[in-house]
Design a binder for this molecule. Structure first.
Ligand code: MRU
Length: 354
C-alpha cells in the first residue's frame, strides 16, 4: 500500500494525489506554507490525511519560529497565525482543526512550563496523530467487516481509503478487512464528479491491492444498488455533528437517500478525530464551495457554455436518520446517535486519563 505522507524530521514528503493514477510523484515540503498549499490545492486530501499533514506543518512552523530566535509569547503569537492559516485552507473537514489544535495546545503548555525541548515534544504528538490514525483505521476495519454478510457487493463514494488517511483507510479499511475475511465479492466505486476521487483514487487503490472493483458514474449509483444487489453502502466522513449528521463528499446525501429507499444499510466509517462534539447538528457545518471551472470543464476541456453560473459545493450533509451505523475505532454507533456520541466522548475522556 502506497504511503500518503512521510515525515523525515525536517521535511514532510507528500504523495501528489492530483497526479494519480497516471503519475506517481512526491512533493517535498520544507516549510508549513508548502503544506498549506498542498492542502488547499488538494495535492493531499481526505479528512484524516489533511489533519495529519497540518499537524506536521505546525511542527515545521514551530521549528521556523525558533530558528528566527523568537521566544516566550512571541512564539505563540506567530504560531497562532500559522494555526489560523492552516485551518483556513479547507473549512469542512474538522480533522484539520482537531489536529492543529492538538499541537497548539501542546505548544501553549510547553510555553507555560518552559519546556526546553518543545520541538521534540510537538514532533512526537504529530507522529502519534499519524500512527494512531493507522491503528484506528485497522480497528474500524474489524468492527465494520463484522457487519457485512458473506459474498457482499459494496458501494462506496469518493475515496475514504489509505490515500485519504495515514494508511489503511476508513470505508476502504472496512473493505480491506472484509475482503481479507472472504466476505466481499465486488466493490462498486462512484466516480465522484467533479474531481473524480472515486475514478482516479478508489479504483486505483483497490486495484493495487487486487480487490475487485467496478467503476460507475455518480448517476448510476441508485440503479447499480438495485440491479447489482448491493448489500451495503460504506462511506467516510469529514465532520460528524453531535446528533449524528455527517458531512462527506458531495453526492453522499443522494447515495444515502437511494440506499434508504432500497432498504440497503448505509454505513459511515470514521475515527473519533472526525467528530465535532460542539456542533449540535449538521446544519451548522461549513460547506466548502469550490471554483465553478471544476464543473464547466472536464480534464481541462470546456464542457459547457463559457461562464455559465455554477453551484459547486464540495460536500453535503447526510441527516442521521438515513445512517444505519457509524463505525468508529471504539465500535459501531447507532440511533439514538446523540446519546451514543455523548457516551463516546465520555469513553474518550476516560481512555485519555488512563
Ligand atoms: O475533497 P476531499 O477529496 O478531501 O474529500 C474527501 C472525502 O469526502 C472523504 O470521504 C472524507 O474525507 C473521508 S476520508 C477517510
Amino acid at each position: 500500500m502506497i504511503k500518503t505522507m512521510e515525515w523525515r524530521g525536517n521535511i514532510l514528503v507528500l504523495l501528489d494525489q492530483k497526479k494519480l493514477p497516471n503519475v506517481i510523484d512526491f512533493i517535498a515540503c520544507y516549510d508549513y506554507r508548502r503544506v498549506a498549499e498542498a492542502i488547499r490545492t488538494m495535492e493531499v486530501r481526505g479528512a484524516p490525511a489533511i489533519g495529519a499533514a497540518a499537524a506536521f506543518a505546525m511542527v515545521l512552523g514551530y521549528k521556523e519560529i525558533r530558528m528566527h530566535g523568537l521566544s516566550g509569547t512571541d512564539v505563540l503569537k506567530k504560531l497562532e497565525e500559522i494555526k489560523r492559516e492552516l485551518i483556513d485552507t479547507r473549512p469542512t473537514a474538522v480533522n484539520l482543526a482537531w489536529a492543529v489544535n492538538k499541537i497548539w495546545n501542546a505548544a501553549v503548555n510547553a510555553n507555560v512550563n518552559k519546556t526546553i525541548d518543545a520541538v521534540d515534544f510537538l514532533e512526537n504528538i504529530a507522529i502519534k496523530i499519524y500512527e494512531d490514525d493507522i491503528s484506528n483505521n485497522i480497528k474500524i476495519g474489524h468492527f465494520g467487516a463484522e457487519l457485512l454478510p458473506s459474498n457482499a457487493t459494496i458501494l462506496t463514494h469518493c475515496n475514504a481509503g489509505a490515500l485519504a488517511t495515514c494508511g489503511w483507510g476508513t470505508a476502504l479499511g472496512v473493505v480491506r478487512q472484509g475482503y481479507a475475511d472472504g466476505k466481499i465479492k465486488m466493490v462498486y466505486a462512484d466516480e465522484t464528479r467533479p474531481l473524480l476521487q472515486g475514478a482516479r483514487l478508489t479504483a486505483w487503490e483497490l486495484e493495487q491491492d487486487d480487490i475487485p472493483v467496478t467503476l460507475i458514474t455518480d448517476n448510476m449509483a441508485a440503479w447499480t444498488m438495485k440491479t447489482k444487489k448491493i448489500k451495503a453502502v460504506i462511506v467516510g466522513a469529514d465532520r460528524i455533528a453531535l446528533n449524528g449528521d455527517v458531512a462527506n463528499k458531495i453526492g453522499t446525501y443522494g447515495v444515502a437517500l437511494a440506499a434508504n429507499a432500497l432498504n440497503i444499510p448505509f454505513y459511515v466509517a470514521a475515527a473519533t478525530g472526525t467528530f465535532d462534539f460542539k456542533m449540535t447538528s449538521g446544519i451548522s457545518i461549513p460547506i466548502e464551495e469550490r471554483d465553478g471551472d471544476e464543473v464547466r470543464t472536464f480534464h481541462g476541456q470546456p464542457t459547457s457554455v463559457d461562464n455559465v453560473p455554477v453551484f459547486n459545493p464540495g460536500f453535503d450533509v447526510t441527516p442521521h436518520e438515513l445512517i444505519t451505523g457509524i463505525i468508529t475505532e471504539y465500535g459501531v454507533l447507532t440511533e439514538p446517535y446523540e446519546d451514543m456520541i455523548r457516551q463516546l466522548a465520555r469513553k474518550m475522556r476516560r481512555s485519555s486519563n488512563d
